[in-house]
Design a binder for this molecule. Structure first.
Ligand code: NAD
Length: 433
């Protein structure tokens, strides 16, 4: 089939490259020309393991453009994968998605084949259908007649995005009508038959995505709450998490106590869902507290550091890990940013290292912090070390045993018992040595 992808960020790129890998022809459309030039040259504008080789392998089936007219020519499905960030009040900001819908509408005016417009961006219930008047107005065409409409939420995790896209635990197809959904079912025919295809209405598809993220965020804040209590009673949270995770109703995943979740999705989606519920006259108190606890949690690392070395003013802090999770360069809503900001306010001297995210962090903090070439340089003559992201290279025992100053482990890279054996001055969230 011929597919277009509007918005060539993390989700758009992975979506398009994976469809190309199954033999489809894919055009990428983005408003940023440098991204498109990079894609056409076979260089992904973001870091995601495996993406570059898959892009290069399929380059003949891929074309990038900034022109909607060119990008939508002869396509059967167009995926909208633009960002849906938070507005200042936390509600979802729909300006990119509305602008994409308008541009698609305009381009459709001169296109005469039936196209299924599919929203892949995460959007609050009602959003996809709210695009219908925009597209109809600018195209002069009618939904259900000249074009189809679907909502196909994406569940990939950055760092494992290609594998997640190719092996999802479900494919959710929210369809305006049967014809629209049939086209997506056909497009996903190359996926394993055993993967459930859930055909639902558009609002249900939109809600499924929010419910899934809200559940996962809740699970993380839950174990963080338990970790904070464990610290008060001298209990190791990992022992508790392991035990409760053996119950299949709970499962062991997402039970690692930490400095809280970050990333482009959980925080913004939680805020959007809360704002949406409030706008409908329902106060979602549980979700509000999950979010509030997560806002506080990164500062637990600072408190532990103060317990370890006292006042952090003029102290030299080495920070290992900046990306919100390993195997990505994404720093959106990363806990590291909050921690660095607070340390700067406290007057600490900061040196940082991350295998992928240094460039992005430099754009925020400029010369206010020192960027190190490697992890060894980052821990050189510092008073304290923070581990914020669990990159594999930071979990190396030989490396860790070189650190003789207090280590604040924000993500559980070291088992406290191992830390004790190595003679480390270890401080973990809910983890007692
Ligand atoms: P991103 O910011 O990496 O990419 C968005 C892209 O859209 C950018 O390249 C931007 O230039 C482009 N864009 C903006 N307006 C445009 C327009 N009018 N026309 C063409 N291109 C335009 O965002 P992302 O992380 O890929 O997320 C996209 C959506 O997918 C969001 O709704 C997000 O919540 C959702 N999502 C993200 C993830 C994830 O892990 N990143 C996972 C699942 C779902």
């Amino acid at each position: 089939m011929k597919v277009a992808v509007v918005g060539s960020g993390y989700v758009g790129l992975v979506t398009g490259v994976c469809f190309a890998n199954f033999g489809n022809k894919v055009t990428f459309i983005d408003i940023i020309k440098e991204k498109i030039d990079k894609i056409n040259a076979g260089i992904p504008p973001i870091y995601e393991p495996g993406l570059e080789s898959l892009l290069k392998k399929n380059l003949k089936k891929i074309k990038g453009t900034t022109s909607y007219e060119e990008g939508l020519k002869d396509v059967e499905v167009v995926f909208i994968c633009v960002g849906t960030p938070s507005s200042s009040d936390g509600s979802i900001n729909l300006k990119y998605i509305k602008s994409a819908a308008k541009s698609i509408g305009r381009a459709l005016k001169n296109i005469h084949n039936y196209v299924v417009i599919t929203v892949k961006s995460t959007v609050i219930p009602g959003t996809t259908e709210s695009l219908i008047p925009i597209i109809e107005k600018h195209s002069g065409k009618k939904v259900g007649v000249n074009f189809g409409l679907c909502m196909n939420p994406e569940f990939l995790r950055e760092g494992n995005a290609i594998n997640d896209f190719l092996n999802p635990n479900k494919i959710v197809i929210g369809e305006y009508d049967r014809n629209s959904g049939d086209v997506l079912v056909e497009l996903y025919r190359s996926w394993d038959d055993k993967i459930p295809r859930l055909r639902v209405n558009i609002k249900t598809a939109e809600m499924i995505k929010y419910a899934q993220n809200a559940f996962l965020a809740t699970k993380i804040s839950f174990i963080n709450e338990i970790a904070n209590i464990c610290e008060k009673v001298g209990v190791n949270v990992d022992d508790v998490a392991y035990a409760i995770g053996l119950d299949p109703r709970i499962s062991p995943r997402f039970l690692r106590a930490s400095r809280g979740y970050g990333g482009s999705c959980f925080s913004k989606d939680m805020k959007a869902l809360i704002a949406f519920a409030n706008s409908k006259g329902y106060k979602p108190r549980l979700l509000e507290e999950v979010n509030a606890l997560n806002q506080r949690q990164p500062y637990r690392m600072i408190e532990l550091a103060e317990e370890a070395v006292g006042d952090l003013k003029a102290k030299s802090v080495g920070i290992l890990g900046l990306a919100f999770k390993p195997d990505t360069d994404d720093i959106r809503d990363a806990p590291s940013l909050k921690i660095i900001k607070r340390l700067l306010e406290l007057g600490s001297k900061i040196r940082v290292y991350d295998p992928q995210a240094m460039k992005n962090v430099k754009q925020i903090f400029g010369s206010r912090i020192k960027y190190c070439e490697n992890k060894e340089e980052c821990i050189e003559s510092v008073d304290i070390v923070f581990i914020i992201t669990e990159w594999k290279e930071f979990c190396n025992e030989k490396f860790l045993s070189k650190i003789r100053v207090p280590i604040i482990d924000g993500i559980g890279v070291i088992n406290p018992r191992k830390a004790k054996k190595l003679g480390l001055k270890y401080y973990g969230i809910g983890r007692l040595i």
